[in-house]
Design a protein around this ligand. Sequence first.
Ligand code: DQA
Length: 148
Amino acid sequence: MPVIHVLNGPNLNLLGAREPAIYGTATLADIEARLRDMAAPMGLTIVFRQSNHEGDLVSWIQEAGLAGEPVILNAGAYTHTSVAIRDAIKGSGARVVEVHLSNVHARDVFRHQSHVSPVAEGVIAGFGAKSYELALLALGPGPLQNEK
Ligand code: DQA
């Protein structure tokens, strides 16, 4: 079965409790369960991971990219700071959909810059936990898949 990696960066382990007015009340486990439910009928297997450490994300992106397996990436605050994550995407050839629960462009100016966006296939932000579902739909099979 084709594999899709869902990689989550720092502080996303706190979802549910963390600033719910911004990030919602769904936990990361809720999001994982929802994606697994969606992926099964699409014939996809999900590898779902979270780390507060930049190097873990770099290694997991490399692993996925070198295996030719796409990535749904919420790099959290590293989105705005990490040249290493950007280089891992570019260097391993990983196909990445960048996701954010919040609309980063409607928030602090320091969140407007992303090192991931220029090397991502697409960006989904602002739809809460649904951002992840939209990313999975973007990567999965669909009637218009030949358009991309
Ligand atoms: C986030 C947005 C980032 O700016 C923030 O640092 C996060 C979460 C989001 O999903 O909205 O940790 O990536």
